[in-house]
Ligand binder design. Structure first.
Ligand code: SF4
Ligand code: MG
Length: 317
C-alpha cells in the first residue's frame, strides 16, 4: 500500500483582527493510500473544508505539513506546484456556484486543458466529448449553459471538468449535500465507477455519516479543528469509540428495525463552540455526556487504540 498523501499535525489558523485567532484546523494527522476513499466527516464549521483547501495548497499552513508523493506541498517550486495542481482536483458542494454561468459546458470542461495547453483544437473537442460520456452526459450537452441542467447534471459537469487534467487525486467537498436523496446515490455510483476506471484516490468530505459510510474505505471524524477518531468505515460503524462519533452515528436512520432498537439516538447538548475560543482540555467536553474533570484540564492524546483505529478521548487513556 502506497501512501499518496500524508497530512502531519496540520494546523491552519486565521488571524481575524483584535489579536484573535480562528483555529480552523488545529493539528490533524492522517495518511491516504493510493486508490482508497478517505472520508472526512464533521459538522459544518469543524474545519474539514479548510483542511481540504490547505491540502490543495490554496491556503498556507500555519504549522505541520502536507506531503504528496513525499513532496511538501507548501514548499514546492512553481513548476512542481503546477504539476501538483494537475494531479489534484476539487469537486464542490454547489456545482452551480462553481460553474461560470456565461460559459457553455464545452468551455467549462475545456478551460483547464486550454490553460495547460494540452491539446490542439480537434483533439480538445473529442476529449471534451469523451469526458461528457465518462460522466453520463453526451456531446449534445456541450453547447448548453449550466442553468439548463438539473442539480445532478451540473454536478456531473463539475466532475467532468475535474477529470479534464487526468488527476490522480480528487478532493470532493460535500459533492452530494445539495442534491436530492435519489440523485445523491447516482452521483456516488458515478464517483465509484470513475474511481475504478481511472484509478483515482478520493478525499470525500461530508457533514454526516449516512452516505460517506458506503463510499469510504476509512473515515476520519473531525470536531472543532481536531481529528477525534479515525478507522475503517466498517470498524467506525460497528465499534465507534469517541462519544462524538457515537452521536453522529446515532443520527443516521437505519432501515433495519432490529438494529434501530439497539442504537439509541444520542442528542448533543448545546451548540458547537466557537473555534476562536475553543474549550480547554477536550474540545468536545461542553457537549459530551461522559465528560470528567480531567477532560477540562488535559487535552486527550491521539492514540492508536487498536491496529489502525485511532481515537482522542480520556475514556481510553
Ligand atoms: Fe468526552 Fe472527555 Fe472523551 Fe472528551 S475526552 S470525548 S469530554 S470523555
Ligand atoms: Mg464546508
Amino acid at each position: 500500500e502506497k501512501v499518496l498523501l500524508s497530512v502531519q499535525d496540520l494546523k491552519r489558523h486565521f488571524d481575524i483582527g483584535n489579536g484573535e485567532t480562528l483555529k480552523a484546523v488545529d493539528g490533524i494527522s492522517f495518511d491516504i493510500v493510493k486508490g482508497e476513499t478517505f472520508g472526512l466527516v464533521g459538522e459544518s464549521g469543524c474545519g474539514k473544508s479548510t483542511a481540504g483547501r490547505t491540502i490543495l495548497g490554496l491556503y498556507n499552513r500555519t504549522e505541520g505539513k502536507v506531503l504528496f508523493e513525499d513532496k511538501n506541498v507548501h514548499e514546492m517550486s512553481s513548476k512542481e506546484r503546477t504539476g501538483y495542481l494537475k494531479k489534484m482536483q476539487m469537486i464542490f458542494q454547489d456545482p452551480y456556484a462553481s460553474l461560470n454561468p456565461r460559459s457553455t459546458v464545452f468551455e467549462i470542461i475545456a478551460e483547464p486543458m486550454e490553460i495547460h495547453k494540452l491539446y490542439k483544437k480537434e483533439e480538445l473537442k473529442s476529449r471534451v466529448y469523451e469526458l461528457l460520456e465518462d460522466v453520463g452526459l453526451n456531446k449534445d450537452h456541450a453547447n448548453r449553459y449550466p442553468h439548463e441542467f438539473s442539480g445532478g447534471q451540473r454536478q456531473r459537469i463539475g466532475i467532468a471538468r475535474a477529470l479534464a487534467l487526468d488527476p490522480e487525486f480528487i478532493i470532493a467537498d460535500e459533492p452530494i449535500s445539495a442534491l436530492d436523496v435519489s440523485v445523491q446515490a447516482q452521483v456516488v455510483k458515478l464517483l465509484q465507477r470513475l474511481q475504478k476506471e481511472k484509478n483515482l484516490t478520493y478525499l470525500f468530505i461530508a457533514h454526516d455519516l449516512s452516505m460517506v459510510k458506503y463510499i469510504s474505505d476509512r473515515i476520519g471524524v473531525m470536531y472543532l479543528g481536531h481529528m477525534v477518531e479515525l478507522t475503517t468505515s466498517n470498524q467506525l460503524y460497528d465499534e465507534p469509540l469517541h462519544p462524538y462519533t457515537q452521536a453522529l452515528l446515532s443520527a443516521i436512520p437505519i432501515p433495519d428495525p432490529d438494529i434501530e432498537e439497539s442504537r439509541e439516538r444520542i442528542l448533543l447538548q448545546g451548540e458547537l463552540p466557537s473555534p476562536i475560543n475553543p474549550p480547554s482540555g477536550c474540545v468536545f467536553r461542553t457537549r459530551c455526556a461522559h465528560a470528567m474533570s480531567i477532560c477540562t484540564d488535559k487535552k486527550p492524546v491521539w492514540k492508536e487504540q487498536e491496529a489502525g483505529h485511532f481515537v482522542a478521548c480520556h475514556l481510553y487513556n
